[in-house]
Design a protein around this ligand. Structure first.
Ligand SMILES: [Fe+2]
Length: 253
């Protein structure tokens, strides 16, 4: 016990604030610390229980007397059961100008189509379950202004299996596979930190792509902007995890 009574999601938020908010001291130097916080996150830390019985939705869970008050289960006495989810469901935790935090909950077999993260850093932590990831990076440097609607991309990963428990992964504007598609092998949930968040007004829209391999050059593909598959939509669910106190500068890292 380190005496720090903040919830794990609060620690993650505070680390994001230190790394991504302009004018804070952390900057890139604190990125490894932020990743460590993400590495340690579990579904219960954000009020999600993949194994909860009953129907889909929010439920009350009373903690037993043996629960440590600082344990994830004690901190998140209300839980969101994802068991009955039939669509990809986004649980929004926080968004400010500098970063967003949320969880994508996938039913087995669901696919988030190929999409990019223009000029963004993405920190992802698989909270439970398993998924396959295929990703690309642009062959030429991303444009400084305006979204990119297509071009030549190199393959970074093909159906790479990720299984919880595993460490967090990071992708950057020019590395790590900035354009990716995610397919749930089993029901799974992915905690995503986007910095900065998507913003149509600020030239960071979410764009979906089709990919066509270049037959003569293995490892390359042409990406073109495409519509979402018919009927595809991400639905929302409430965040019921530990309360987040934003914009506080009370703690050291
Ligand atoms: Fe993504």
């Amino acid at each position: 016990m380190d005496g720090d009574r903040r919830s794990k999601v609060q620690r993650l938020y505070d680390a994001c604030d230190a790394v991504f908010s302009p004018g804070k001291q952390g900057g890139g130097r604190q990125l490894p610390t932020l990743k460590q916080h993400a590495d340690g996150m579990e579904a219960a830390d954000v009020g999600i229980d993949a194994d909860a019985g009953g129907e889909q939705g929010e439920s009350e869970r009373s903690s037993s007397s043996s629960d440590d008050e600082t344990s994830p289960r004690a901190a998140a006495r209300r839980v969101l059961s994802t068991r009955g989810f039939t669509r990809i469901t986004y649980v929004h935790i926080h968004e400010c100008d500098d970063f967003s935090m949320g969880v994508f909950c996938f039913p087995a077999g669901a696919t988030l189509p190929l999409h990019d993260h223009p000029r963004m850093v993405v920190l992802s932590k698989l909270l439970y379950g398993s998924m396959r990831v295929s990703s690309y990076g642009w062959v030429t440097a991303p444009r400084r202004c305006g979204p990119r609607k297509g071009g030549l991309a190199k393959v970074v990963a093909v159906d790479e299996l990720r299984e919880a428990p595993c460490k967090a992964s990071a992708l950057f504007p020019r590395s790590g596979g900035n354009i990716h598609t995610l397919t749930a092998v089993t029901p799974c949930a992915l905690l995503d930190v986007l910095a900065p968040p998507y913003s149509e007004a600020l030239g960071r829209p979410s764009t979906y792509f089709s990919d066509t391999p270049v037959p003569a050059v293995p490892g390359l593909a042409v990406l073109e902007e495409s519509d979402l598959p018919e009927g595809f939509r991400v639905v929302g669910a409430p965040y019921v995890g530990p309360e987040l106190i934003v914009d506080m500068d009370l703690y050291d890292y």
